[in-house]
Structure formats: structure tokens, C-alpha cells
Design a protein around this ligand. Sequence first.
Ligand code: AMP
Ligand code: MG
Length: 347
Amino acid sequence: MKTQLFNATAQKENGVRLAGSVIRAGGLVAFPTETVYGLGANGLSGEAVAKIFQAKGRPSDNPLILHIAKKSDAKDLWTKVPPMAQALMDTFWPGPLTLIFNHSAQVPPEVTAGLPTVALRMPDHKTALALIRAAGVPIAAPSANLSGRPSPTTAQHVLQDLEGRIDIVLDGGPCRVGLESTVLSLCGAPTILRPGGVTREMLEAVIGPVELSPAVLAPLQEGAAAPSPGMKYKHYAPKAQVLIADGTPREAAEQICRAYDMATLAGSRCMILATRETQGFYRNRAYAIIGDRRDPSTLCANLFAALRQYGEDADLLYCEALPEQEMGLAYMNRLLRAAGFQHLEYP
Ligand code: AMP
Ligand code: MG
């Protein structure tokens, strides 16, 4: 299969219209959203959705998110609009918040991996919304990467993983948030299954206390049921071993320098993901500044691109932990998975 690339800004009309008809006809289209690039198929067709799993090499028990272009479409896909959902949709949609509730008969089991619930989101991106409208159906879409690789935040990342495996890539430039959406279950007490661009603090300001699934910051216990099936898989992993340094910025940076120097002496190729505030500690070592600790959203926006860029040629990739609050929570959720939960342990 030849993958066609369209610049979604310059050739918007043609590219998006064609992509919409490809989705309707059962094909696969990668498209930009404000979070990461999605790999879309007709969300009402089990056969079309099955192709997503094939193209990504995604385990079939990991459900997908249905993307809609207007809030009122939720009522056809859920059994009812759950209490709390309306306030959340009014505040955060379009935006990086995915809501989970019991699904209607319209939703094929391929989307939900057989679960009684379905995940819905209205993305905050002109091209994504135009594509859903052009397709005329909800679009089922996970991130447009090969399963296990960092999620794509540019069209080039999508091509690295999926060229020749999908019909179309719409190029809308780099994604603003850079991490996948917040996933919030509304079955029972509201619970964050995956943190993202809408933070726990933002949700609590609208609906009161929100629980955090234990799997957000810790590996799932052997044999435990995954509240969100995506949590049980190794994620975002580059070839390099990612290692996380904890503590204050100074403590983290000093730990990284000691570990880096020892590993380099032992012959390992090392790389550091630095921040604007800590770059001064890393002089004479290989580092890249990926953002500003005072504004964790800058680190979130660049994390996946940095894992792709620096995680292939290095043996060891050193990263600083952030406080697990606001966008720092989403950052640590992804970083911990990229690291297989490995921290630096230094005296
Ligand atoms: P992706 O956008 O590729 O990261 O995949 C969607 C994420 O949402 C995965 O982590 C899924 O496990 C999660 N998800 C989708 N639908 C459900 C659902 N019905 N219940 C729990 N988690 C879900
Ligand atoms: Mg994904």
C-alpha cells in the first residue's frame, strides 16, 4: 500500500475531503489532534476498526477512543449522558479529555475490546474536527504509532512507524499538548485512568474530588485486572534504557552527572534530557534541553519527540523526575512507562 501525505493546512480542502471518503470506505487515515497524531478508522465499522489493530500491531484487548465533532453525538454512543458528563463536556470539550461510560448498541465490540463501556472525546483541532465531519461517522483512533513506540507528535513520526501500512497521513505540524488525552471513567466515582492535558486539579474545580487509578504511577500487580487495558502494556519505550533521577532539580542533576560519568567510563553511550533550569549542571556531557521545569507543559510537548530522537542511538537516557502535580503527573506517567519504572539509585 502506498501512503499518501497531505499538508492539512495548505491543501486542506482536498486532503481532508479525500481522507473523509477513505474513512467512510473503510480505510485508515492518520490525522493531527492537539494531543498526538491519531490513526483513524470508521468507528461504526468493526471491519474497518480491525485494520487499526493490524497496522499498529496493537493487542486486540486494548480498546480505542471514539472521536466526535459535536457534543450531542455522545448521546447516541452512550446508553445515556451520565451525570457530571455534561458539565465536563461544557468546560473541557473540545479538548484533551476522554470520558468513559456504558456504550449503546451502535458501538461495535472491536472498538471497546468487548468492554461494556466506550471512551469518547471531541478533539480541539481544526483538521481533526473537519475530518470527522467529512467522514460523517465517529472516528475510532488510538495514537498513530507502532504499538509500544512513543506516540507521534509530527507527521514524520507517523511515517517512520506506519508508512506503507495506512492510506493517508494528514500533516498539521507538531501537536500542541504532545501527550495523549486525560482518560476519566464516569462509571462509579470519577477516576483518572490516564492523566493528560486536562489535569486532576482542573477536573476537581468542576466536579469535586477525582480519584487516581493506582496504575497511573505504579506498575500493575501481576494478575490484577487493568482498569484501563492500555496500562498493562510496555509503552513509549525507545531502544535506550531510560533512567529517572528523583529529588530537587540540583539533586537530580548531580545524580545524573555521577551516573553518566561512571557509565561513560564503562563504555556506554549516554544522553541527558535536560531542562532550561538544570542545563548548567551538564556541561561537557551530551544533553538536549527539552523544556522548562517551571512550565511542565513545555516538557510534555517535547517528551515523545525527544524519546524518538535520542532514544535510538544512546544506551542510557537520563531524565529528571517532576513533582506529580498538574501537568507533572501526566509527564511522570509517560516517563515511568518509558523507563519501565527504573529510577537511578545513587548514594
Ligand atoms: P491510545 O489513545 O492509543 O493511548 O489508546 C486509548 C487509551 O484509552 C488506552 O489506554 C485504552 O486502554 C483506554 N481506553 C479506551 N477505551 C476504554 C474503556 N472503555 N475503558 C477503559 N480504558 C479505555
Ligand atoms: Mg497509544
